[in-house]
Design a protein around this ligand. Structure first.
Ligand SMILES: [Zn+2]
Length: 377
């Protein structure tokens, strides 16, 4: 979750996005603040004051979530991990960080950075409130009111994220500690996701209890958070299971080796008629003499308009060598899985000594996994 969204900015090379669900929660929070919370606390305020306090507080709340995510990303980038995007959505923020952290220490600092930021922000806001809270009116009271709510929310955000259920920040901290002790990332992920599921069920259970004791809005909210946590924990657990399944298997076992090399000058039409249609081949390394220049895939052929097939050459439609995701035949098959899940890549080329020896497509990998998971069929 969190991949899709409306781009609204870029910081440190990280794309900032808003998921459509964000707008729902933005309106709800503004409405609750301006229509109920501020009028209850400050009955003397006029309509403009209540409304602007609601909108400003709501916007600053999302800024706090963004700052929380940015601090994760800041640490990640300093540890040499690429951060592609941050998406704000209904439950907060998600950073799209490529690859697993390199070691337990790196993961620990990256995970703890977010909740610490929220706790520090919360502390500062509460201090602002403490200084201004006796102001009887005017901007001082306004700032105190906004700071109090934001301070509380940031403290809760920090505390909530420290709950040790993977993939919450606290769960990542927990996993990094287990990982540091045992040296086994998979086992640590397994344990942390299981604890994450237990915590998700506790949320759902408390939510149902609240719901039936009359506090239905908070109850429903808790159930929703629990459901989200359960999904996230199951997702990371499945990832571990897949990696376990592929453990010990090499790229060479799943690759298709029936690639036919073509020269850079041949036309798309030629490749389609001679190889793709008649022999069902799907991978065409483009070779200039002994040198691999790139690869023409089934997808790149499909992208050429019918009228243009005669004029487009292999060199024009190929994916150049620099952009290709490549593995070696003796690499772990799990490496292909991570390349595909991270980069939205549907095929990975297998290269040995500068020569292309095969291709692993998404379908190929999926049927291989299916075969491993259901050996009896
Ligand atoms: Zn976080």
């Amino acid at each position: 979750m969190g991949g899709k969204g409306i781009v609204f900015g870029k910081i440190w090379g990280i794309t900032l996005k808003l998921n459509p669900s964000w707008f729902i929660i933005f309106v709800l929070i503004t409405w609750a603040l301006a229509g109920s919370y501020f009028p209850g606390q400050y009955p003397a305020w006029n309509f403009t004051a209540k409304l602007s306090a609601g909108v400003i507080t709501s916007l600053l709340f999302f800024t706090s979530v963004l700052v929380h995510e940015l601090m994760h990303s800041y640490v990640a980038q300093h540890e040499g991990t690429e951060v592609k995007s941050i998406t704000l959505f209904i439950f907060g923020g998600v950073s799209e960080i490529s690859g697993e952290p390199k070691n337990a220490g790196d993961e620990f600092s990256m995970a703890i950075a977010g909740p610490l930021t929220s706790l520090v922000l919360g502390g500062i806001l509460m201090a602002v409130w403490a200084v201004l809270r006796h102001d009887a009116g005017g901007p001082g009271q306004f700032i105190a009111a906004v700071s109090y709510w934001l301070g509380l929310i940031n403290l809760s955000l920090g505390a909530f994220n420290l709950i040790p259920g993977f993939p919450l920040d606290g769960g990542r901290v927990f996993r990094s500690i287990l990982w540091g002790k045992s040296g086994d990332l998979r086992e640590a992920t397994r344990t942390a996701s299981q604890v994450g599921k237990v915590i998700a069920y506790i949320f759902i259970f408390i939510g149902i209890f609240l719901f039936f004791s009359g506090n239905w809005l908070n109850g429903a909210w808790m159930v929703l958070i629990g459901w989200f946590l359960d999904n996230a924990a199951s997702g990371s657990y499945r990832q571990v299971q897949l990696n376990d399944l592929l453990k010990g298997h090499k790229v060479s076992e799943a690759m298709q080796g029936d690639c036919v090399s073509v020269t850079p000058e041949v036309s798309a039409e030629y490749i389609i008629n001679e190889y793709a249609l008649t022999k069902g081949q799907q991978c065409f390394p483009v070779m200039d003499g002994e040198n691999l220049e790139g690869i023409v895939s089934f997808d790149s052929l499909r992208g050429v308009a019918k009228e243009a097939r005669r004029d487009k050459t292999a060199a024009q439609i190929m994916m150049p060598l620099e952009q290709m995701k490549t593995v070696e035949p003796n690499d772990e098959l799990g490496k292909v899985l991570s390349i595909m899940t991270e980069g939205d890549v549907s095929q990975v080329s297998v290269v040995q000594n500068g020569k292309m020896v095969g291709l692993v497509s998404r379908e190929r990998l999926l049927s291989f996994i299916d075969l491993l998971a259901n050996p009896g069929r």
